[in-house]
Design a binder for this molecule. Structure first.
Ligand code: COA
Ligand code: MG
Length: 297
């Protein structure tokens, strides 16, 4: 489970170097929107050299390539795959078809470069075109490479000519609340991580905490960041609190003591099957985070 994904522009050597040491579970080295067209080849070279020489074992590196229908996509994939990123982020994905094309590219390049087959994951940004919004239910079962689904508001807004995407209280306007929800359910239908989009206003960490808490309550399990200051807030919000862990363990212990019970009560509240599932998730996530901390030391 990846809680935090920190973007770093692929043509900015200093930021790329810095991003690895911030504590983000994943760093996304960007070749797309944060890199000017004239600098795409420079970014590809930099990202590929970085991945071959300096990557940290505790960080999962993704590379955001350019969209499938751009003139850069094929060269991005060809240059990046030999440097073995953990995954490829596919922006402006238009559903299963685009992912299947990328799967084929990856399969050929993995074979050519002696990389374990099916090892490079795919993380689509699944809501960046108007057509994409109608494809969010398509991702289930298409490939074991799929590691999550995430969504974006900026490009979708530009695609439909929207002048704003945030309300005065900084919550999303209604069209974006809807695509956020579709991404959430599409990801869970595909049994992969639902990952919340970036918050551009990177100085407002109070608001970030609020939106992270809401996202986690809704079923998102991670969030993307654009600035190092956002990472700690995201990691904390998407980690179980000590109280949550204690409660989850109590739920599991109670059902273990009563193996034939379907419904029980804990502290005056009914608990049943969905509570067991949720408690299991929380304990598993805590164990994963604890294991990661050991590796980091
Ligand atoms: N990754 C790594 N380091 C970053 C960073 C990032 N995403 N964003 C900022 N930093 C570094 C800065 O280089 C600076 O380092 P320094 O103290 O060693 O000089 C430090 O963090 C503080 O940065 P700050 O001055 O607050 O911001 P900035 O003006 O340098 O950068 C942005 C602001 C928005 C341009 C920058 O955060 C950024 O490039 N974000 C990622 C953009 C991106 O990838 N977008 C694509 C996805 S939407
Ligand atoms: Mg974009």
């Amino acid at each position: 489970m990846i809680r935090s994904f920190l973007f770093s522009p692929g043509d900015d050597e200093k930021k790329i170097g810095k991003a690895s040491g911030i504590g983000a579970d994943s760093v996304i080295l960007d070749l797309e929107d944060s890199v000017a067209e004239s600098r795409k080849p420079i970014a590809r070279d930099l990202v590929s050299k970085f991945l071959l020489s300096e990557k940290k074992s505790s960080v999962e590196y993704y590379v955001r390539i350019n969209p499938m229908d751009s003139p850069f996509c094929k060269d991005d994939v060809a240059k990046i795959v030999p440097s073995k990123p953990a995954g490829i982020m596919l922006p402006k994905a238009n559903g299963a078809q685009d992912v299947e094309v990328l799967v084929n590219y990856l399969a050929i390049l993995e074979a050519e470069h002696g990389i374990t087959s099916n090892s490079i994951k795919i993380l689509p940004v699944a809501t960046e075109t108007a057509a994409a919004v109608f494809t969010l239910g398509e991702y289930a079962g298409i490939t074991s490479r799929l590691s999550g689904l995430t969504w974006g508001a900026e490009d979708l807004g530009a695609a439909v000519g929207a002048s704003v995407n945030l309300q005065s209280d900084k919550d999303w306007t209604k069209p974006y609340q809807m695509v956020r929800s579709l991404c959430l359910f599409g990801a869970h239908a595909a049994e992969v991580q639902a990952i919340d989009t970036v918050m551009a206003d990177f100085r407002d960490l109070d608001q970030l905490k609020k939106v992270c808490d809401e996202a986690r309550q809704d079923g998102f399990t991670g969030k993307m960041a654009i600035h190092p200051a956002q990472v700690a807030v995201i990691n904390e919000a998407f980690s179980p609190s000590p109280q949550e862990l204690q409660h989850a363990k109590a739920v599991l212990a109670l059902f273990e003591e009563n193996p034939d019970a379907g419904t029980l009560q804990l502290d005056g509240k009914m608990i049943d099957k969905p509570h067991i599932v949720q408690a299991g998730r929380i304990v598993a996530l805590s164990e994963q985070i604890a294991a990661k901390k050991l590796i980091n030391k």
